[in-house]
Write a protein that binds this ligand. Structure first.
Ligand code: RTP
Ligand code: MG
Length: 142
């Protein structure tokens, strides 16, 4: 499996709970490297654009409201099989179904406020990385 990159967002509820370090540490423990990072407070417009794929779904407005409710930490993670590995560490979308020891099992507050976002494919990852890092992400020298 080749080295790939994925986009991660530590969502407003997890930032508010002061667990950024604990979440980043889980990525590093799983051999994912942080190759870019940016903290920002998204506007409603930015959150709507980022989650445009969900426009029209019943949870869209609540999702946009939540994602623009406070600061988030956006990172690019790099490693072997990074997209799937990150989603495994995150756990299921609904924390009620998230395996013990996953980020969502430990830090989610609800289905909406589920602590982290992770790209769902390498194609999506490329689009999402360009959304937050339009200037590009430099290659990491270890
Ligand atoms: P994400 O995009 O945030 O990594 O999450 P995901 O792939 O596991 O889930 P997705 O289906 O893409 O949904 C995006 C986010 O919308 C919220 N959601 N709410 N109330 C609901 O029924 C519902 N369903 C999804 C969650 O915050 C989910 O992460
Ligand atoms: Mg998704």
């Amino acid at each position: 499996m080749a080295i790939e990159r994925t986009l991660s967002i530590i969502k407003p509820n997890a930032v508010a709970k002061n667990v950024i370090g604990q979440i980043l540490s889980r990525f590093e423990t799983a051999d994912l490297r942080i190759v870019a990072a940016r903290m920002l407070h998204m506007s409603r417009e930015q959150a709507s654009a980022f989650y445009a794929v969900h426009q029209g779904k019943p949870f869209f407005d609540e999702l946009v409201e939540f994602m623009s409710s406070g600061p988030v930490l956006v990172t690019v993670l790099e490693g072997e099989d990074a997209v799937a590995k990150n989603r495994e560490i995150m756990g299921a979308t609904n924390p009620a179904n998230a395996a013990p020891g996953t980020i969502r099992a430990d830090f989610a507050d609800s289905l909406t406020e589920n602590a982290v976002h992770g790209s769902d494919s390498s194609e999506t990852a490329a689009v999402e990385i360009a959304f937050f890092f339009p200037e590009g992400v430099c290659p990491r020298t270890r």
